[in-house]
Design a protein around this ligand. Sequence first.
Ligand SMILES: [Zn+2]
Length: 67
Amino acid sequence: MASSYTIGELLTEGYTVHGFCFGCGTGRPLDLAAIAARRGRQLQLLEMKRRLRCTVCRGRVEICLSS
Ligand SMILES: [Zn+2]
């Protein structure tokens, strides 16, 4: 399951993660390297998603993986 990946594994395997806000429609790529540097490579993707908030409206952000 992709959702059980850690940030480190996503970086190693070259995945890109986009975040999309349901509230205002803002979409942007997430900087995995910066997140790994700040929170550690062991951070789980699901845990990261739970903490994500839209920078525009503070709404919930859904994530989309692509390789
Ligand atoms: Zn938003």
